[in-house]
Design a binder for this molecule. Structure first.
Ligand SMILES: *Cc1c(COP(=O)(O)O)cnc(C)c1O
Length: 397
């Protein structure tokens, strides 16, 4: 029999947990979409996202998921046959590259494997060798959600600056926005891509492009951008509906406004510090379990780990059974593997992920960790007991 009746817990890397306050903000009738508060709410969300990205550049909103703004970022800046260099550390970098290829861009993938970030020296070397400036864009996923590798956006930005290469610097911060710090203007980022359902704690459906002045100017020379994805009317809308190329996503805007209110009240630095602690609780637990068994963090070096998600492995053991057990018996769902399809990883079954982004505190995450430890025993996966043993030290610091 199942004991899982009660509040189900989704500890996957997105959609993240939605605060009750955000859910409540949507319990209301539809507003007029031609005048009134929805206009100010939209403007303020755009400002808040730009502020959070640390830029004077403007934000545009799409009614879409992350894949939509991946596409929007490319069609506004590059023409078919132009070359883009994509840094890959897992499934998401490769998927963005695949999308670029299907838009007929000349896509070069620089693959750093699944356990390490992009090497800024290597990137600098490639840009230096590109003396004719054929590379028009550099695409980097800040935190690849499949592997939990965190790229060092500042160092990559410095690599571009050191070479004076004119390529545009595009960053996917979909998983990491609101979890790992990002400073667009200081780090020289031209376009930041994100969406609302991860660190931004809002039901899926809104996605954002944060656009530097340089990218805005650059985009004016790109002809024939498909009308829905064209950011120009959204940057400078003559009428309110042009922000969305149609009806505004009214209730998602109410929700996002409320989530941003929570974020502003907590403050950027406090949010990042909390996520760092949450990440430490998870990584410390996996390391502890691994002292007497197969469990292991996917990313060996601490400074290469994202605060948003943790990928772990248990070679030779089936973590999908663990996942099914904790879901069925405890009401907890953790993330499946993505992009580990080799036999070595039992076609992905010996890999799993824990999302720790957004509306989350230690007590919630300790529930996840303790539940997993119960599941490890039930599924007979060897491990060192009592992962929470030293948590008071991590949290008391
Ligand atoms: C979730 C995610 C995406 C895809 O977003 P969707 O909303 O599922 O389209 C892209 N990149 C990263 C890093 C993500 O975490």
């Amino acid at each position: 029999m199942s004991f899982s009746n009660g509040r189900q817990y989704l500890a996957t890397p997105g959609p993240s947990i939605i605060p009750d306050q955000v859910l409540r903000a949507m319990q209301r009738p539809a507003p007029d979409i031609y005048k009134g508060e929805i206009i100010d709410i939209t403007e303020n969300i755009k400002k808040d996202i730009s502020n959070f990205a640390e830029t004077i550049g403007e934000t545009v909103i799409y009614i879409s998921n992350g894949h939509g703004v991946w596409e929007a970022s490319l069609v506004n800046l590059f023409k078919p046959k132009e070359k883009v260099l994509v840094i890959a550390n897992g499934h998401f970098g490769k998927s963005w590259a695949k999308l670029a290829t299907s838009l007929r861009l000349n896509t070069q993938v620089l693959d750093f494997g699944r356990c390490a970030p992009g090497d800024p020296n290597k990137i600098e070397e490639i840009l230096r060798a590109d003396t004719n400036n054929t590379i028009k864009g550099l695409l980097v996923v800040q935190a690849d959600t499949s592997t939990s590798v965190l790229n060092n956006l500042k160092e990559i930005g410095d690599a571009i600056k050191n070479t004076n290469h004119p390529c545009l610097y595009l960053v996917d911060s979909i998983a990491s926005f609101g979890c790992d710090p990002v400073e667009m203007d200081k780090w020289g980022i031209d376009v930041l891509v994100t969406s609302c359902q991860k660190g931004l704690m809002t039901p899926p459906g809104l996605a954002y492009l944060v656009i530097s002045k340089r990218a805005e100017t650059f985009s004016k020379n790109i002809p024939n951008v498909s009308p829905y994805w064209d950011w120009k009317p959204r940057l400078d809308p003559e009428f309110f509906y042009m922000n969305f190329f149609g009806t505004a996503p009214t209730h998602l805007l109410y929700a996002q406004k409320e989530a941003l209110k929570i974020m502003k009240a907590e403050g950027k630095n406090a949010i990042f510090a909390r996520h760092k602690k949450l990440r430490e609780l998870v990584t410390c637990s996996i390391n502890h379990w691994g002292e007497a068994g197969p469990l292991k963090l996917n990313v060996p070096n601490e400074s290469h780990r994202s605060n948003a998600v943790t990928t772990f492995t248990a070679k030779g053991h089936n973590l999908s059974l663990l996942r099914e057990w904790v879901e069925k018996h405890l009401g907890l769902t953790i993330g499946l593997s993505l992009g580990f399809d080799e036999n070595e990883f039992l076609n992905g079954d010996s890999v799993a992920r824990i999302g720790h982004m957004g509306h989350l505190n230690p007590h919630m995450l300790i529930g996840v960790i303790s539940s997993l430890e119960v599941g490890l025993k039930a599924c007979q996966i060897p491990h060192q007991n009592s992962a929470t043993k030293t948590f008071h030290q991590i949290l008391g610091k």
